[in-house]
Each structure stands twice: as C-alpha cells, then as structure tokens.
Design a protein around this ligand. Sequence first.
Ligand SMILES: [Fe+2]
Ligand SMILES: [Fe+2]
Length: 292
Amino acid sequence: MDYTEFERLKKEIVPYIEDHLKPSRLEHTMNVVKVAREMAERFGEDAYKAEIAALLHDMAKYEKRPGVNMDFAHSKIGAEMSREIFGIEDEDILNAIAYHTTGRAGMSKLEKIVFLADAIEPGRNYPRVDEIREAAETDLDRACILSLERTIEHVRDEKGWYLHPDSLKAKQYLEENNLMESKELAELIAKTLDDKKGIDVALIDIAERSSFADYFVLVSAGNERHAQALRDSIEDVLEPMGIFPKNVEGKNKPTWILMDYRDVIVNIMTQDAREKYSLEKIWGDCEITLCN
Ligand SMILES: [Fe+2]
Ligand SMILES: [Fe+2]
C-alpha cells in the first residue's frame, strides 16, 4: 500500500471509529495500531496495511444485528463493513480483520500480526500475556501458538464456552509447521536434493552469523531444467507436510532459485552462478557440511 492511499484511508477511518467505538475500545484500537505497526516493521510486513487492518479490526464491535452476538461476529462483519464502507479490497487486510478473534489454519503474516497485536497491546492484562509478548518479539508462530493455547485454556477449560474450531485448527497448523527443527528440515532438503542428483549439496550452519536464518542449503544444477526439477522435488516432499516457503525467487530465470523456508534458505544454482556468487566463501567461517 502506498503512502497516499494509506493517508486517504486513515482520514476516512479514524473519524468513523471515533464515532462508533466506546472510548475504551477506541483506546484499545489505537494501542493495537501501534503494536501492529511495530510488529510489521520488525517482521518485514507492510506497515501501512497493518495499521489499516488494526484501525478497522473492531469497527463492528457495537453494531446491532438481530440475533447476532457481536462479541463473536464482529470480526467477520467488520471485514464485510470495511469492504462496503471504505472500499477495502485487499484480501489480506480483510482476512486479518475477519480472523483476528479466532485465528485460522494457514494465517498470513499480516493476519498473525493483527491477531497478536490485539492480544498483547499494552492495555491487555491476563495470565501469560508477558510470555506471549516476549515470544512476539522474535517469533510470530510461537507467539501465535502461545496465544491460541491461552485462548483455548480460557474459553474451553475455564469458562466452558464454545470454542471456535478455527482456533484449534490454527494452533494445530502452526504446531505441525513448527514441529520440525531447522536442522532436521535442512537435512531433509539436502537428502531430497541428493536423491534428485543435485550436484555438490552443501549445508552451511549460519545460525551464529545470521539473524535471518539458521541454515543455507546449496546445490548446483546441471542446467536450468535440472534447477527447476530440484525445486519441484523439494516442494513435492515438503508440501504434503504442510511446509510452504515464505518466498521463492528466480522462478522465471532459474540460474539461481532461492527458496525461503524461514530458518532454512535453499539456494539452487547453475554451476556458473554457484562459482560466480561463491556463497561458501562469503560464509566461509561457518561450519559447512558436504552431503554428497
Ligand atoms: Fe475484536
Ligand atoms: Fe480488538
């Protein structure tokens, strides 16, 4: 989202929520905005989108709809109203609003940020909130798991209320994706590449030297088609396990395909590119394991 669009939306949204929210809810919303913006900056998400989603997340809280409990429905209805009143079409923003109370399986980064900002803004005070705040400094998934755990304890076990199945599914999904340690994942990827005749498969342990990942997996491909095939082989193995890359670069010109699995970054390179960029030299003081 560009700055002009952001400013335009903000000018429309702020007076609306000032009109429609109780003072305490407005204060909460502004806290969520601040935390969501900080988290977006920390985790490389669009801070304007985070701010807009946060401004809108509770907009429907005091709507009156016959037979509808707004405590449960304000998230979904808020997303609908955001589209209708402010013309928000960005699906990621709409989903962040729609799932901010329950979470869901396969949440995007923006969804996680709004979900967590709502749960940990400075006005929140409940058991284990500090633990969730601390996790949210470094690890969105772990913070979401802790927050969902807390919700489940509170709603189902303490209050005896109905627990939305999306919350259980969200937690399950995150746990399955988090289950594998980065070392295991790197080794599984290396083995997959070796099986597919990847050339000079190497594992570089960059955890000590890098803040963005724990391992690099390097492999050379005989040609661009082989590079594509190596990439496909990794996806074929990981997708059924519910592990998806955060980002894949070089899909169109596969002299260097970079697959970002968060803690593990896979670099599939043609032999020329591998020589040219010589990542092994750049990361030369890290432990490098050759796998074939
Ligand atoms: Fe809410
Ligand atoms: Fe909220």
